[in-house]
Design a protein around this ligand. Structure first.
Ligand SMILES: NC(=O)N[C@@H](CC(=O)O)C(=O)O
Length: 434
């Protein structure tokens, strides 16, 4: 047999590519071989995709995979299975592991575990500072030059609050077109903070987390990025004021990008009245007006992309009284549904816009070759098939993630990922990871 005839072939029939009219897509080996109506392919596995939307594989800029060190909440294997189940073909693995991913050795370990998992590409994020301590730059160059080829650096979970360290980091990564992804949280303004500072925190008597704590760091960092001529990316934007600052920085032509999480597009601090720590997250859930501003900014492109901030925690760290509970919520397996619900079903984004914000843009920010590409002949077959008409009540007990801290439990959401393909190989079939 010739090498070509040995290639795995899959024919996706009648899918709506980016919400367009029904079309067929032929996958051959690792690539898209043809796209258009009326394709035939003898001997190919055929998937009847009538009514399904075909999207490029999703890319997450912000995933906590927890390995090494907190394998009780997630591993690279369970986290990437969850990612595939959610339609993702690539994730960026955050650096706040134990040990911290602040050396070439640790990022290479995570990268290797990702390759072994086979469920999606794992691109490690390197820490900006040693031990996330904010005092001394980590070995950014060595992490970039390692097999992991780190491009995105972040102390996420902590803010790089020292302006001189931030400046030096921006200067350092400029040499290789890297980007600093900032967790914007002024530490002194948020000491002991438990939730958004506002009417609800006043009523509940919980220590508040002012919007200004996020906004003051963003204002400083966009100015620093402009001064240095380097790239800054703002993690999990959560306030209307942050949106204004990003809009202003972009109007100046500065190299500033930003992400928003699905939960900040849907949930508000009203939910904290339940005192259920599943709603405790960093940055905190904000107000209705913030949610509105975030949705509009994602629609008009001020916010570049959706990033999950998938933050798995074991039940003993979440099923406790509010002040003692860990911050964070899982999100990989519900992201597409939440974005459909908040952005597509509301008419704010069409499917092409969603693909831009959940695949092309995050891949471009992370400089991920082969991901976030159009669904077109010759391109890598990283694809997601999605049923937008499906409706189901979220039940985390069936999740691929090792953790269960989903704020959507019991909520009816639209949509279901039926298939995910990573370079032509199905990682999810009929809704089940392979
Ligand atoms: N987003 C979260 O609420 N938690 C994150 C880190 C963080 O605190 O940002 C985590 O690692 O659990």
């Amino acid at each position: 047999m010739s090498p070509t005839s040995e290639k795995r072939r899959t024919l996706i029939r009648g899918a709506s590519l980016l919400g367009g009219p029904p079309t067929d897509v032929l996958i051959e080996g690792e690539s898209v071989a043809a796209a258009g109506p009326g394709l035939t392919a003898e001997g190919a596995e055929t998937i009847d995709a009538g009514g399904l939307v075909l999207l490029p594989g999703l890319v997450d800029l912000h995933t906590h995979l927890r390995e090494p060190g907190r394998e009780d909440s997630e591993t690279v294997l369970t986290g990437t299975r969850a990612a595939a189940a959610g339609g993702y073909t690539a994730v960026h693995a955050m650096a706040n592991t134990f040990p911290v991913a602040d050396t070439a050795g640790v990022v290479e370990q995570v990268w290797r575990l990702g390759r072994e998992s086979g469920y999606c590409d794992v691109q490690p994020v390197g820490a900006v500072t040693v031990g996330l301590e904010g005092k001394q730059l980590a070995e950014l160059g060595a992490m970039h030059d390692s097999a992991a080829g780190v491009v995105v650096f972040s102390d996420d979970g902590r803010c790089v609050d020292d302006a001189v360290i931030m400046r030096r980091a921006l200067e350092y990564v400029k040499a290789f077109d890297g980007v600093i992804a900032q967790h914007a949280q002024e530490p002194r303004l948020t000491e002991g903070a438990q939730m958004n500072e506002g009417a609800v925190s006043a009523e509940l008597g919980l220590a508040g987390w002012p919007a200004a704590a996020e906004e003051s760091i963003i204002a400083r960092d966009v100015l620093l990025a402009a001064h240095v001529g380097s790239r800054v990316h703002v993690c999990h934007l959560s306030t209307a004021g942050s949106v204004d600052l990003i809009r202003w920085a972009k109007s100046k032509g500065w190299q500033v990008t930003a992400e928003v999480t699905p939960h900040h597009l849907l949930l508000t601090d009203d939910l904290v009245r339940s005192y259920d720590p599943v709603y405790k997250v960093n940055p905190p859930l904000r107000t209705e007006a913030d949610v509105r501003a975030l949705r509009e900014a994602l629609a008009d492109g001020t916010i570049d992309c959706v990033a999950t901030d998938h933050a798995p925690h074991p039940h003993e760290d979440k099923d406790c009284e509010w002040p003692a509970a860990a911050m964070g919520m899982i999100g990989l397996e519900t992201a597409l549904s939440v974005v459909q619900h908040t952005m597509v079903d509301t008419g704010l984004l069409d499917w092409a816009g969603l693909a831009d914000r959940m695949s092309a843009r995050p891949a471009a920010i992370g400089r991920l070759g082969g991901q976030g590409r159009p669904v077109a002949p010759g391109e890598p077959a990283n694809l997601t098939l999605y049923d937008p008409a499906h409706r189901a009540v979220v039940d985390p007990s069936g999740f691929a993630s090792r953790s269960r801290n989903s704020p959507y439990r019991g909520l009816e959401l639209p949509g279901r990922v039926t298939h995910t393909f990573l370079r032509g190989r199905a990682t999810v079939r009929d809704g089940v990871p392979t």
